[in-house]
Design a binder for this molecule. Structure first.
Ligand SMILES: C[S@@+](CC[C@H](N)C(=O)[O-])C[C@H]1O[C@@H](n2cnc3c(N)ncnc32)[C@H](O)[C@@H]1O
Length: 257
């Protein structure tokens, strides 16, 4: 089932993976792709418009019951697999709120760096590099959808430029978008130092070299002058009362994703 370009269809690759999982006793002999597939994390996951053919060394797999042995077989025998992670997709990876610890998926084998190229409503694409073991999986609303919401909010409210804060910036997608949209300055802030490291990579890779500040603290304690816009993108379920109160003090316009 390999295309002449060398790629195999996703379902063939996942069948190959499931076969190894059955052989290693991770799942029973009656396992099916629908019920027992690990979560495949790769570019196609974010956009159904991309053809679902998988290239070599591109697929990051996540499953709660993976072992070192199956991870090593997956890396060595399935050419598309680049990394095997242990964990459940429902866990909130990273730092949930100001009172939480930082949580990771466990890397059993391979390299967990993933690069996503996102189309936007602007001329530019946005490139996001992330270490998947340290980063939450966005399912309910993808990052592309968040950028469209932000774009529509700015257009509908005629907010075109000024100074903005991306108060819980993570990889920096929203703040980078604001810079590309026309804001003179964006203040990036995140409580998790690992996100700040990732943010710096993403600023560079998206050619943003000036007109920004970076803070690594709890948004509730961020001490800055009044700005034109504050964007807040917290993890689902986080209590936003204090955060919204703070955002309304520091910004004329507040956009909560
Ligand atoms: C849903 S993610 C943001 C995703 C981000 N828009 C992106 O482009 O990657 C939520 C972020 O809030 C951060 N966070 C959690 N509690 C925070 C707090 N009290 N103050 C600042 N950042 C916080 C987390 O570290 C995480 O990066």
């Amino acid at each position: 089932m390999r295309c002449e370009c060398g790629k195999r269809p996703l379902d063939i690759v996942m069948s190959h993976i499931l076969k190894l999982m059955i052989e290693e006793g991770i799942v029973g002999g009656d396992a099916t792709l629908r019920r027992n597939s690990p979560v495949p994390l790769s570019g196609f996951y974010y956009s159904s418009l991309n053809p679902q053919f998988i290239g070599r060394n591109t697929l990051i797999l996540l499953y709660p019951d993976f072992t070192k042995t199956v991870a090593s077989r997956l890396i060595n025998e399935v050419p598309e697999v680049k990394c095997v992670l242990k964990g459940t997709p429902q866990s909130t990876i990273g730092q949930y709120d100001k009172d939480s610890d930082i949580i990771h998926f466990e890397i059993l084998e391979g390299d967990d760096e993933q690069i996503n190229v996102m189309r936007t409503l602007l001329q530019d694409k946005i490139i996001l590099v992330k270490k998947q073991s340290k980063h939450h999986i966005e399912v309910a609303m993808t990052c592309e959808e968040k950028l469209i919401r932000l774009h529509n909010y700015l257009d509908n409210n005629n907010i075109r430029n000024g100074v903005a804060v991306d108060g819980m910036c993570g990889l920096g997608a929203l703040g980078i978008y604001l810079k590309k949209y026309g804001f003179e300055k964006v203040i990036f802030n995140d409580i998790n130092p690992e996100m700040i490291e990732a943010l710096k990579v993403n600023l560079e890779i998206n050619n943003i070299s000036d007109g920004f500040e970076i803070y690594n603290q709890s948004f509730e304690e961020l001490n800055i002058d009044k700005v034109d816009l504050c964007v807040i993108d917290a993890f689902p379920g986080v209590n936003l009362d204090e955060i919204i109160k703070k955002a309304e003090i520091i910004a004329d316009n507040v956009f909560i994703i």
